[in-house]
Design a protein around this ligand. Sequence first.
Ligand code: AMP
Length: 287
Amino acid sequence: MIELLDHIADLRATTDRCRAGGGTVGLVPTMGYLHEGHRSLIRIARRECDLVVVSIFVNPLQFGPSEDLDRYPRDLDGDLAACRDEGADVVFAPTAEEMYPHGTPVTTVHVAGLTDSLCGAFRPGHFDGVTTVVTKLLAITGPCRAYFGRKDAQQLAVVDRMVADLDLPVIVVGCPLVREADGLALSSRNAYLGAADRRAAPALYRALFAAAGEARAGERDARRLVATARRILDGEPRITIEYLECVDTETLRPIEHLVSGALLAAAVRLGATRLIDNVVLESEPVG
Ligand code: AMP
């Protein structure tokens, strides 16, 4: 039986009880409208933990004033069914009033440096909203394993560093990026795409993977790899590039010459919809 909780005290009591009995807790933080990407995180948590908690909270703090907070897709019934299917034990779906009873919090968490580039450069304040809500969710859940997708590679790097810097009693688990059959990275925001934009969207995947192919074949010059991806994106008139960068996976600093642990990351716009994607570039030629 899956339990739906919307009060902080109830989640705390449930996770405390699990740990008191010697069990381990897994937390999968989400904003809901769950798809196969989220489900894969829940499945990994299910394999590794005794109590699996999925949080569903569209966190107002991480949306800019002109962003899509009001139209962000929501479907609690569908999400509950998905969580039940994947064997989660608890869905924690608090209201904004429960999470922020005093309105916008005056205490926030800021991870410097790592949040300046990529999405951070285009979404001012976004990562402070993310790190603040994730810190709250971790404080409420208590010691646990917390599951994050590599789809949001910058978010994963930021949360990883935050947990290390603040000695939070949490093991951060990075999980593989899940794609549609045509390569498009699964995202709740894909629901915004009209038919023509949906047809155009996989160009983002093709661009990144064309560059990854060149890297595998031995290309080491990051500028050339970026140029390959840019050519493909430029060939799709519906797509506007926000950023397209080759960075170190951990520091997120730009790299010029490929070494191990390089990430090619991009954000693009298709009409009003913003999509992000990334690929890890292998530095060793195969074969
Ligand atoms: P969101 O609901 O978009 O905030 O995402 C919640 C979690 O699911 C984050 O850790 C995301 O990185 C992860 N996630 C979202 N889409 C995917 C995907 N296509 N593959 C793997 N993980 C994903």
